[in-house]
Each structure stands twice: as structure tokens, then as C-alpha cells.
Write a new protein. Structure first.
Length: 229
């Protein structure tokens, strides 16, 4: 039946991967991640637990846990009345998202930077240190959002900050997808550190340049990922 076709398309990944994993959950999670990122499972594809359990020859419990892990990586969504589906994310959506961020965030930073306090900068430094050691992707996304918002918070433009916060909240999904696709080492922590250093020095021009580069680098990484699929 047509609804079984997506599972059949990555059956070779299932057969290849089985011996490498110590737990059924890790096995299911990794094979599904590869199938999603490679495009074998397209956005919007339903991931029915009973079908996956049969395909992987495991119980539904490791399938359920694997799907929750993939949800934390922004690769799976749980839709009302549908259950788990592959996240729909496209090159055009990602490009639009990063273009908005590149327009809004440097403007907020330039307005905020002259008014940042020593306490603000210390808070940003603490968040940066937490990001270096945080293994949880969903927590890492929250720390990233808070780091950026600390640097923009003194802009004195409530509507601008509300827009920035709205798009940073949406950015968490792209950030987790980015990690899943390209690896955690693509976080851009060196750019975060350089941004904080420029902000601490009161150099608005350099800080804005670094921030713009940081956002554009992330955009190019996702663009290259989609181009290679």
C-alpha cells in the first residue's frame, strides 16, 4: 500500500544499521534521522508507531522514545489527530527566516549596545559558558536565544524587541535542525565569543558586523545542506 512506501525506501538503512547499536531506541532514532536528513522520508510523512515497530522489528516503546528524541531535534512534529510526522522545512523557508533575523537583530544590537551594563555582559558571558557544555539540544536552543536577547534588551524599542524575540523563538527549530544536519560544532561559538568581546568593548560597528556574519554563516550552512540533498 502507498502509505508503507516511505518505510520500504529506507529498509536498507535499517538492515545496515542494526548491528551497530546497543539499544533499540538509539538504533531507531539514528536510522530515522538519516532517512529524514537524506530526504528518504519527506516532510509531512506520517510516522506511525505500529508500522515503524514492525519495520524495525522492535516494540513500540523504543519507537515512541526515538520519535520524542527526534522531536527535540526539530526533525519530527506531533500533530493533533495525526501523531508524529516528519517536520516540513524547506530551503526557501530557512532563507526567509535568516533574512529576517539578519535585518532585525543587528538593528536591535546597535540600539542596545551603548546601554548594556556590566551585569548584562556578565549574564551573557555566563550563558555562553553554559552553551559550551550543554548536551541537550532543546536546552541549548534556549540558552542561545537568551544569550542574544541579553545583548538586545537595552534597545529601548519594545516592538522591535518583540519581533526579534518572536523570530528567535522560531529560530530554535532551525537551530536544532541545523545541529542535527550539520553537527553541534557548527554552533558558531567562536562568533558568539567575538560578538560578546566587541559588545564589551563598546564597538557597535564591529559587533553588528560579527552578528550579521554569524547569521549569514548559519544561513549558508542550511542552504548548502538542502543543495546537497
Amino acid at each position: 500500500m502507498p502509505r508503507h512506501r516511505p518505510i520500504m525506501e529506507f529498509a536498507d538503512l535499517i538492515a545496515r544499521g542494526r548491528p551497530r547499536y546497543r539499544t533499540a531506541t538509539a538504533f531507531v532514532e539514528d536510522v530515522l534521522r538519516e532517512a529524514i536528513l537524506s530526504g528518504a522520508l519527506a516532510g509531512g510523512t506520517p510516522l506511525r508507531q505500529e508500522e515503524l515497530a514492525a519495520a524495525f522489528d522492535v516494540s513500540r516503546m523504543p519507537v515512541r522514545e526515538a520519535l520524542r528524541q527526534l522531536e527535540a531535534q526539530a526533525l519530527v512534529d506531533f500533530a493533533p489527530h495525526k501523531g508524529a510526522v516528519v517536520t516540513e522545512i524547506s530551503a526557501s523557508d530557512a532563507a526567509d527566516h535568516y533574512a529576517i533575523r539578519a535585518a532585525l537583530e543587528p538593528a536591535a544590537l546597535r540600539l542596545s549596545l551603548p546601554h548594556l551594563t556590566a551585569e548584562d555582559l556578565a549574564r551573557a558571558e555566563g550563558l555562553l559558558a553554559e552553551m559550551d557544555t550543554e548536551p541537550d539540544m532543546s536546552r541549548l536552543g534556549d540558552l542561545n536565544r537568551r544569550f542574544h536577547l541579553v545583548l538586545y534588551a537595552r534597545a529601548g524599542r519594545p516592538r522591535l524587541i518583540a519581533l526579534v524575540e518572536q523570530h528567535l523563538a522560531a529560530a530554535d527549530r532551525y537551530l536544532r535542525f541545523h545541529f542535527a544536519a550539520l553537527g553541534r560544532d557548527k554552533m558558531g561559538q567562536h562568533e558568539h565569543a567575538a560578538l560578546l568581546a566587541a559588545a564589551s568593548a563598546g564597538d557597535a560597528g564591529e559587533a553588528s558586523r560579527i552578528l550579521t556574519t554569524h547569521i549569514e554563516t548559519a544561513a549558508r550552512g542550511i542552504e548548502a545542506f538542502f543543495a546537497a540533498r
